[in-house]
Design a protein around this ligand. Structure first.
Ligand code: SF4
Length: 316
């Protein structure tokens, strides 16, 4: 991959001093590690909707599904201002070809999950979503989205970043004047990745592609896209990865020696028992694929779904 992937991000996470107190929430993992592969488009809903720096803190209040955005001490209601901004900004973002968005957690504007919503008696429930995050998800329901806090959890991080790279490949595919033959090729290269996330989706998508010639092209692409992103949302668990590793081994088990086979099984089972991370059996798998030049496997995105330098599979 030569181009960086365009990703929206809550501005304060990049170190921009846009928070209510004039500070930032610089996340080094985002800027220093992901920044090698992602081109960030910063959005600060509160500043971009016209509020000052510094400003009074705000929170969500009222109904969880339809909260209001009010200042915490003086009770000024900024809901209409924020709604107008959100409508305008998500329309602008349609032209940006974003492949993901990373949000600042807990914010009444930017938080994606479990944002506090205060009731009349002052009690709060952590069941809300920041107003801009909600507008963005409504407008781009298929876009990979995550919060910065959850990116520090290794399996969630690996799953999100894998989905972002897959989404980018799909967008590139859609921009390449796709035809039926290209879809067959796209599907073939993603089979093992899909198997690791959802064998059920892999089977359904195989049928979808097989019957695809009889279906109008746009309908076929829409259906495939929905299944692809739904499958990638399901976590690739240890059990599912073990299944894929044994499946891969089936391609070269007659080519390798008894010792090599025993070593392969030992590493898969060590991974199964979580005494080694996924990268360990995969390193041996890649060695055998190169050694025996197994073309079908070489093309599988499962083997390198994101840059190895991110070392995401060293921690899952
Ligand atoms: S959390 Fe969102 S609204 Fe608050 S400072 Fe960061 S980008 Fe701006």
């Amino acid at each position: 991959m030569t181009d960086k992937i365009k990703v929206g991000v809550s501005s304060c996470l990049l170190g921009n001093k846009v928070r209510y107190d004039g500070g930032h929430k610089h996340d080094r993992y985002i800027t220093d590690i992901l920044g090698r592969y992602f081109d960030f488009l910063p959005v600060c809903p509160e500043v971009e909707c016209g509020l000052s720096i510094p400003r009074e803190t705000m929170h969500l209040a009222g109904e969880i599904e339809n909260p209001r955005l009010v200042t915490t001490k003086t009770g000024i209601d900024h809901t209409s201002r924020m709604i107008d901004f959100c409508k305008r900004r998500v329309k602008e973002l349609e032209k940006e070809n974003l492949c993901a968005f990373i949000f600042k957690k807990d914010s009444p504007s930017s938080g994606l999950y479990r944002v506090k919503v205060f009731g009349k008696a002052g009690q709060s429930q952590k069941k809300g979503r920041g107003m801009f995050a909600a507008a963005l998800v409504d407008n781009f329901p298929l876009l990979p989205v995550e919060e910065e806090g959850r990116l520090h959890d290794a399996p969630l991080r690996e799953n999100f970043i894998e989905k972002v790279f897959c989404y980018k490949r799909w967008q590139d595919f859609l921009n390449s004047a796709p035809d039926y033959k290209k879809l067959i090729d796209f599907h073939a290269r993603h089979k093992l990745q899909l198997m690791a996330h959802s064998p059920k989706h892999l089977s359904q998508m195989g049928k979808l592609v097989a019957a695809g010639k009889k279906v109008p092209k746009q309908e076929l692409l829409d259906n495939y896209q929905a299944s692809l992103l739904e499958a990638m949302d399901l976590k690739a668990t240890v059990k599912k990865n073990v299944n894929v590793l044994y499946h891969i081994m089936g391609y070269f088990k007659k080519l390798i020696s008894a010792d090599e086979k025993a070593e392969m099984i030992r590493l898969i089972e060590n991974y199964h028992g979580q005494t080694v991370p996924l990268v360990v059996p995969l390193t041996l798998v890649n060695h055998f694929i190169r050694k025996y030049d197994i073309g079908y496997l070489k093309n599988q995105h499962y083997l390198e779904p994101h840059p190895a330098e991110l070392m995401l599979r060293n921690h899952v």
